[in-house]
Design a protein around this ligand. Structure first.
Ligand code: SF4
Ligand code: SF4
Length: 279
C-alpha cells in the first residue's frame, strides 16, 4: 500500500477549512518560500544526526545510519527542528492511508471533514486519493491545501473526490515569485487558478502580504482577471506576514501595518471580492 511521510496530524482544527476538521500535514515541499512559517516541513530527514544529542528527553537515537524517534518519550519541545540545518524533522512517520485514517476515525463524532496540507501534499497524489476514498466512505468532506504547483488537470479523479482546494497564490510577477519561493515558475499556479474556478473547486484563496516581497496588489488584480465572475463567491484571505517560525532572510522582518492591509482589502472589495478578509 502507498505510504507518505506525515509530519503531524491535528485532530481538531478550525482554521483549515469549513467546520471542525482533522488536518494531516505531509512532509516535503517543492518550494522554499522565504516567509514559510513551518520550514521544518520542507525537506525529508537525511539522518545526519545533528539533532540527536540535543534532545532533552532522549527521544532521539541513531543506529545503522538512521535517526529514530520515540514518540512515547518526546515532550514536543521542538529543539530538534530548531537545530536541524536541513529544514527537516526527525519526528516524521511514514504512514499508509489506513494508518492515517485510524487516527482520523477517533475524531469522527466531532469533525465535518479532513484537510491535507504540508509541506506540499500534492506531491503524494496516490496517497491522498486512497485517504480521501476512506474519508468519503465515512461521510467526511475532503479538502486540499496546496501551493498550486501540481497541475490539477492531470488528476481529475482526485479533483472529483475533493470538495475543493485552498490555493496559495504567492506572487503574480514571475520574477517576484521565483525570488520569494525558489520555484521555477508560477505558470502552473495560474493555470490551476483558472481550472479550479471553472470547475467550482476553488474553496479558498490565500495571499501572504508583505510589501517589498510580495506583489499583493498585482496578485489581487491577476486573480480577479483570471476567475472573472467567481470573485464574488470565493473566499479570499489576506494574511498578514508574521515572523513566527520563519527562518532565513525574513526572520526579523516586521508585520505589515493595518493601514496597508486595509488598502489591500479595499482594493479586493473594489474588484468584487465579497468574501475577502484580513487575518
Ligand atoms: S521535540 Fe525533538 S528535541 Fe524535543 S523531545 Fe521531541 S524529539 Fe526530542
Ligand atoms: S531532522 Fe535534521 S538534524 Fe535531525 S537527523 Fe534529520 S536532517 Fe539531521
Amino acid at each position: 500500500m502507498t505510504r507518505a511521510p506525515i509530519n503531524k496530524i491535528i485532530p481538531l482544527s478550525l482554521v483549515d477549512g469549513p467546520g471542525n476538521r482533522t488536518s494531516i500535514f505531509l512532509q516535503g515541499c517543492n518550494l522554499a518560500c522565504a516567509y514559510c512559517h513551518n520550514p521544518e516541513t520542507q525537506r525529508l530527514c537525511n539522518h545526519c544526526g545533528i539533532c540527536v544529542s540535543g534532545c532533552p528527553s532522549g527521544a532521539l537515537s541513531i543506529a545503522r545510519g538512521r535517526v529514530y524517534w520515540d514518540p512515547a518519550v518526546c515532550i514536543s519541545c521542538d529543539q530538534c527542528i530548531t537545530v536541524c540545518p536541513s529544514f527537516a524533522s526527525p519526528r516524521v512517520r511514514n504512514m499508509t492511508p489506513d494508518e492515517v485514517f485510524e487516527e482520523v476515525q477517533k475524531n469522527i463524532p466531532f469533525i465535518r471533514g479532513i484537510t491535507v496540507s504540508g509541506g506540499e501534499c500534492t506531491l503524494y497524489p496516490n496517497f491522498i486519493k486512497e485517504l480521501f476514498a476512506k474519508a468519503r466512505e465515512n461521510g467526511l468532506t475532503c479538502l486540499i491545501d496546496s501551493n498550486g504547483t501540481t497541475d490539477f488537470t492531470r488528476f481529475p479523479e482526485l479533483m472529483e473526490m475533493s470538495q475543493g482546494v485552498m490555493l496559495d497564490v504567492k506572487a503574480w510577477d514571475e520574477e517576484v515569485y521565483k525570488k520569494l519561493t525558489g520555484g521555477p515558475t508560477n505558470s502552473v499556479v495560474k493555470k490551476n487558478l483558472k481550472y479550479l474556478a471553472d470547475c467550482n473547486k476553488l474553496e479558498e484563496l490565500r495571499i501572504v502580504c508583505l510589501p517589498g516581497e510580495v506583489d499583493a496588489e498585482a496578485v489581487i488584480s491577476g486573480i480577479a482577471e483570471t476567475i472573472g465572475g467567481k470573485v464574488s463567491s470565493v473566499k479570499l484571505k489576506l494574511i498578514k506576514f508574521r515572523r513566527y517560525g520563519v527562518r532565513g532572510r525574513l526572520q526579523n522582518t516586521p508585520t505589515p501595518d493595518d493601514e496597508y492591509m486595509q488598502e489591500l482589502l479595499q482594493l479586493a472589495i473594489g474588484m468584487g471580492f465579497e468574501k475577502a478578509i484580513i487575518i
